[in-house]
Design a binder for this molecule. Sequence first.
Ligand SMILES: N[C@@H](CCC(=O)N[C@@H](CS)C(=O)NCC(=O)O)C(=O)O
Length: 202
Amino acid sequence: MKLYDNAHAPNPRRVRMVLAEKAIEYEREILDLGAGDNLTTDFCSKNPTAKVPVLELDDGLCLAETGAICRFLDESYPQPLLYGSGVKERAKIDMWDHRMELGLMIYAAMGFQHTSGFFKDRMTPVEAWGLECIKNFHATLPVLEAQLSNNEWIAGDEFTIADITAVCAIDFARVLKVRVGDEYPNIQRWHAAMKQRPSYAA
Ligand SMILES: N[C@@H](CCC(=O)N[C@@H](CS)C(=O)NCC(=O)O)C(=O)O
C-alpha cells in the first residue's frame, strides 16, 4: 500500500502513527502542499477533494478521509486494536475520537488556514473566523483535562485512536503558538506518555 503524505500536516500524521503502532510496511509519496502537488488532475483522480492523506491499496482502491483510513487499518490489522471491541467500548472510543477531531483537529486546521494565508491561492482566508477557531480549540482543553484527570488515556484505560487524533492536533497547534500550559497538568502528563511511544516519531 502507498500513503500520499505530507510531513508537516496533522491528518497524514494520524495515519502514519496508526501504521507505526501496527508495524505495517508501506510506500510513501510526499506531496508539497504549498506548491499544489495535491491539486493536480492525477492526484484528484485519487481523491476528488484534493487533500492528503490518501491510502492507495495494492488493488488500486484509494481511500481518503483520515478517520476512514484509520478504521480500515484497524479492522485489517487488529493488533493492537485502536477502535476497541464490543458495542459500548467502540461507541465510547468513537465519542472521544470525534470530540478530539471536532474540538481540536478541525479548529487547529481552520485556525491555521484562516490566519496564515498558506492556502490563499485556493481559498479565501477569513482571519476573524481563524481567530474564533483558535478560541474554540482553547475551549476544548478543559474538557480534555477533566477527562485525563480520571483516566490514563483519553477514552479510558487503553491507548486508542482518540489519543492519536488529539496528539496530532495539539502538536500541530504549536504553529498557532498554542501551548498546553501548567494549568493542564493531566494533559501534560498524557503528552509526556505519548512521547514515549515509538509511533510518536511517525
Ligand atoms: N477531512 C479530511 C481533511 C484532510 C485535510 O484537510 N488535509 C490537509 C492536510 S492536513 C490538506 O491536504 N490540505 C491541502 C489543501 O487544503 O490544499 C481528512 O480527514 O482526511
